[in-house]
Design a binder for this molecule. Structure first.
Ligand SMILES: C[S@@+](CC[C@H](N)C(=O)[O-])C[C@H]1O[C@@H](n2cnc3c(N)ncnc32)[C@H](O)[C@@H]1O
Length: 351
């Protein structure tokens, strides 16, 4: 993959296409099947030969076929049992052995140790022919509520994050949608979800040379002529010590009581923030007091901090019970030089 921010994709050669007989057996007619050519540059660039590529929404096994063609192993999870079987059959015809589990994260175990997550997410608002309620439970195509849909994606990618090694990449392909003439910025919302879990690395635009199709009014509309590849990495981003110190000073001057503890406490006396292994965050102990806690959250919010409990965005007022249940609240912001300040707020149980 070169350094351009966009890739102009050519359709797959017939031997990589989803075979017509398998397509015909799919409930959707294989409508949401991606291209092998779309995945191969990402497999090459973000994993090493012999490593394992995982797709949590593996559909017809396109990602796993791309991984095999690039000399990687693969594994996937697909909630639709019939589709998982089609993917297995497709891979068998290519002589590829890549396990596919039927189910969904976080409940279903990832079949083997993984090095890269590469996927096309199931889009919100797509039709899905639901038979009985049972077998389709967990099917994201059937989720009617957009906030709940994003929440479930967050839970799934949270599990992916845990399974990836330090430094591993998580790449999600997604587009913004128009549903009934309303734009739904799914790509940007998913980027927000992933930002709570990973460090954003880059975006690529995947462009397809396709004629705009005539689409029925009122449907989920997409001409699929471009799509984003959102590239995130599981890595420890080092906050800026100088910027963090300045923020702690401002917090104290605003009258908030806190105690700095853990690894950051030992750095406070230093001027140099280039020494090895700087702390990943500043841990702060707060008084166990609802009013003072909410006042601090309002102050942080006004200074443009993002406030999250285990990756989920929160706003003040926030009951202390919720903080206790999660152990810490993360407050994070960047200054105009892009420098990161990350504060983890905990309650002082002994205060
Ligand atoms: C865009 S398709 C993936 C197609 C795949 N990239 C390919 O080209 O072969 C998304 C898939 O996610 C599956 N899916 C939906 N909800 C899921 C969930 N909660 N867990 C796992 N798979 C799910 C759908 O059944 C669908 O097959």
């Amino acid at each position: 993959m070169d350094s351009r921010s966009w890739l102009l994709l050519q359709p797959d050669p017939p031997e990589h296409d989803l075979p017509a007989d398998l397509r015909a057996r799919d409930r959707f007619g294989g409508r949401d099947c991606g291209w092998v050519a779309q995945m191969r540059p990402f497999v090459r660039h973000f994993s090493q030969p012999g490593q394992c590529v995982f797709d949590p929404f593996c559909g017809f096994g396109t990602t796993l076929l791309a991984a095999a063609l690039e000399g990687r192993s693969g594994c996937g999870i697909e909630i639709d049992a019939a589709r998982a079987e089609l993917a297995r059959e497709r891979l068998r015809r290519h002589g590829v052995d890549a396990p596919i589990a039927v189910g969904s994260l976080p409940q279903t175990a990832i079949p083997r140790a993984i090095d890269l997550c590469l996927t096309n997410v199931p889009y919100f608002g797509c039709r899905w022919p639901s038979d009985e309620a049972g077998p389709d439970e967990g099917q994201l195509y059937l989720e009617n509520d957009y906030a709940a849909y994003l929440h479930r994606l967050r839970d799934i990618f949270h599990t992916v994050r845990r399974a990836l090694p330090e430094g591993g990449f998580c790449i999600a392909m997604v587009e913004n949608l128009t549903i009934q003439d309303r734009m739904l910025p799914l790509a940007w919302d998913l980027a927000g979800v992933l930002r709570g879990l990973f460090v954003a690395r880059e975006e690529r635009l995947l462009c397809y040379q396709r004629d705009k199709q005539a689409l029925p009014a009122g449907a989920t509309r997409s001409n699929r002529s471009h799509e984003y590849a959102l590239i995130f990495q599981k890595t420890r981003e080092t906050p800026c010590i100088a910027s963090t110190r300045a923020e702690l000073r401002a917090m104290a001057e605003a009258g908030f009581a806190f105690e700095v503890f853990g690894s950051f406490a030992s750095w406070l006396s230093r001027d140099d923030d280039t020494a090895p292994r700087p702390p990943g965050d500043a841990d702060l102990l707060l008084p166990d007091d609802q009013g003072r806690f909410d006042a601090l959250l309002h102050w942080l919010h006004a200074r443009n901090y993002e406030l999250t409990l285990w990756g989920e965005a929160v706003l003040p007022p926030l009951p202390l019970e919720r903080l206790r249940a999660h152990w810490y609240l993360r407050a994070q912001r960047r200054d105009r030089l892009g420098r990161l300040v990350r504060l983890d707020l905990c309650l002082d149980a002994h205060a």
